[in-house]
Ligand binder design. Structure first.
Ligand code: NCD
Length: 315
């Protein structure tokens, strides 16, 4: 049995196979509507979510499966003090696979240790968000036709943004990626990620304070929200929240082929006027997320692709 807690739980080769399956689903979703009949997904969300939770649930329904769970830790026994370990032991009797989001770093890993069913990390605190990474990768590949030789800018809250941490980890395994890290000093990518992923592999990266100085060279601009809920005090949040706002005027500096990604929710870091620009890829990302999660659920459950008669890879 395999789990997805961190992007590195799958090899790059496995990740690419998963993406190929997601692309096939994207092109013909109706062919997959009975693949997970009588299978159940437990959707365990201890932290707010719109896209991640609903796209996991939509993915399971699209595969003909069923969903049970809770959208908020306050309505589960967590509110009475039950541990994640106990909860997942019980859920293993009720469902075939679980997606878990939790405010504490490491909660999904702990759940996996006690689980009788595959566990998918749907975001653990400021740490990791591997399914967002899969759909980010899928979107980059669909947009640019490749996952190599790209200059990728990450902008905003690179300290607390778990989607940034996971995507850096994944892209660090691809060839020819140049990392451009755009953040205020206080919201820099944590040192452990820079050291373990970028410096240890001798990958090219720069850290800058403004987006204007790097926009012309980027193939991908990954915008993020300042993660208010992970700040220690409100004054710091208020001071930093509007550091970067992507407007049409700034976008004029970028290549016509650049894509703007954002995991969403957006607060005000991308002006609404940017939505109509063909470079805006963030709504497409959310759509791709459903296909990607369908592919992931199928693969962790060992369900064959009806089109090829094979699983994406053995779990
Ligand atoms: C992200 C998350 O939860 O980390 N959202 C998402 O899953 N699409 C990003 C965020 O909350 O800013």
């Amino acid at each position: 049995m395999r789990h997805l807690i961190d992007p590195a739980d799958f090899t790059l080769e496995e990740t690419l196979r998963l993406m190929d399956l997601a692309d096939r689903i994207h092109d013909d979703p109706a062919a997959y509507r009975n693949v997970a009949e009588r299978k159940r997904l437990a959707s365990l969300f201890y932290e707010p979510s719109t896209r991640t939770r609903l796209s996991f649930e939509a993915a399971m329904y699209n595969l003909g499966g069923q969903v049970l769970g809770f959208p908020d830790g306050g309505v589960s026994s967590a509110a009475k003090g039950e541990t994640v370990a106990d909860t997942i032991r019980i859920i293993s009797f009720y469902a075939d696979i679980a997606a878990i989001r939790h405010p504490k770093e490491g909660a999904a890993l702990r759940a996996a240790r006690f689980s009788g069913i595959p566990v998918i990390n749907a975001g653990d605190g400021g740490h990791s968000h591997p399914t967002q990474t899969l759909l980010d990768m899928m979107t980059i590949r669909r947009r640019t036709g490749r996952l190599t030789d790209l200059t990728v800018g990450f902008c905003g809250d690179l300290k607390f943004g778990r989607t940034v941490h996971s995507l850096i980890r994944e892209l660090a395994r691809c060839e020819g990626i140049k990392f451009v890290l755009i953040s205020p000093e206080e919201l820099r990518v944590p040192d452990y990620i820079i050291e373990e992923e970028l410096q240890a592999r001798n990958l090219p990266f720069v850290e800058v304070r403004t987006m204007e100085e790097v926009l012309p060279e980027l193939d991908i601009l990954y915008m993020t929200r300042v993660q208010r809920e992970r700040f220690f005090n409100e004054e710091d949040y208020v001071r930093l929240k509007n550091t970067y706002v992507l407007t049409k005027e700034k976008l004029a500096l970028a290549k016509p082929t650049m894509s703007v990604l954002h995991p969403l929710p957006r607060v005000n870091e991308i002006a609404l006027e940017v939505d109509d620009d063909p470079r805006a890829a963030y709504f497409e990302q959310a759509e791709n997320g459903v296909y990607m999660r369908m592919a992931l659920i199928m693969t962790l459950l060992g369900l064959k692709d009806p089109k090829t008669g094979e699983v994406a890879f053995e779990c």
